[in-house]
Write a protein that binds this ligand. Structure first.
Ligand code: GLP
Length: 263
């Protein structure tokens, strides 16, 4: 696992956007580049930078297919807290050549959510899998909506949200945890680790415990992103604030070995 530490959030986002842009540009195969995407506040700076590059003619999304990580159960597209709405508002609506038919987001209003999830897995497979999955992390370490103790080999399916996650996400629902949907559709941990590459954004003091557990703890279902320790091509991009719980030794090691990446 690589850990690329940047001085602050904006540099972390710039570095991650450049990394993704280069992967898309270098993709020469005769099939689309398949990109997995998260919601949350962490990726917003990355989306802004990718959209800027796209509008400036520096990066095309014409040959990119996207798959989002998750969606709340029971929220229609037009709900301003649905992840469909978030993705269009923060990213897709700002791209000049993204094809709407290449955008895949789990449907939180599906009549048969389990079938919706099975079809999602099949669709990912039909493209030959995901080339690069970008992710964020919950304060409890959750990956998409895979809460602690979800199987590290889980596939896309229906998930129950913990009270902790509903409290954290209630900031978007008038600070009322009860207003946060209790269930969501989510890719599995196995769905993400099957991707050729995984890039996780971890920023801010409130993610320090999760970062340390993911990098320094053992592989454990308690900290779901720790599954990345078994992945051959995984990168964590983080800011200094998130490094507060790393041992000095780990922190210095990654600063040293990744010094060429420091912006
Ligand atoms: C939600 C999403 C996760 C995301 C997490 C962190 O729970 N389902 O995929 O990683 O929020 O969000 P933020 O980046 O706002 O801290």
């Amino acid at each position: 696992m690589r850990v690329v530490i940047q001085e602050n959030y904006s540099k972390m986002c710039r570095w991650a956007a450049n990394y993704i842009a280069n992967k898309i540009r270098d993709h020469k195969e005769d099939r689309p580049f398949v990109l997995g995407l998260p919601t949350g506040s962490s990726p917003i700076g990355v989306y802004k930078e990718l959209a800027r590059m796209n509008q400036a003619g520096e990066l095309s999304f014409a040959n990119v297919v996207t798959f989002n990580m998750d969606e709340y159960l029971g929220l229609p597209h037009e709900h301003d807290q649905s992840y469909w709405y978030f993705m269009h508002d923060n990213f897709f609506d700002h791209l000049v050549d993204m094809k709407p038919e290449n955008i895949n987001i789990l449907n939180g209003m599906a009549e048969d959510p389990e079938k919706e999830c099975e079809e999602y897995e099949k669709k990912i497979a039909s493209y030959g899998g995901i080339d690069l999955f970008m992710g964020g992390i919950g304060v409890d370490g959750h990956l998409a909506f895979n809460e602690p103790y979800t199987s590290l080999t889980s596939r896309t399916g229906l998930r129950n949200l913990t009270t902790d996650t509903r409290i954290v996400n209630s900031r978007f629902f008038g600070n009322d945890p009860e207003a946060v949907p209790a269930q969501a559709l989510s890719v599995g941990i196995g769905t993400v680790t099957d991707s050729k590459e995984v890039l996780v954004l971890i920023n801010g003091h409130n993610k320090a415990r999760a970062l340390a557990a993911t990098v320094e703890g053992g592989v454990s279902q308690k900290w779901t992103w720790s599954a990345l320790q078994l992945h051959n091509c995984a990168i964590i991009a983080c800011d200094e604030e998130a490094c507060g719980e790393l041992t000095v030794d780990t922190y210095k090691y990654f600063l040293d070995i990744e010094k060429a990446e420091r912006l």
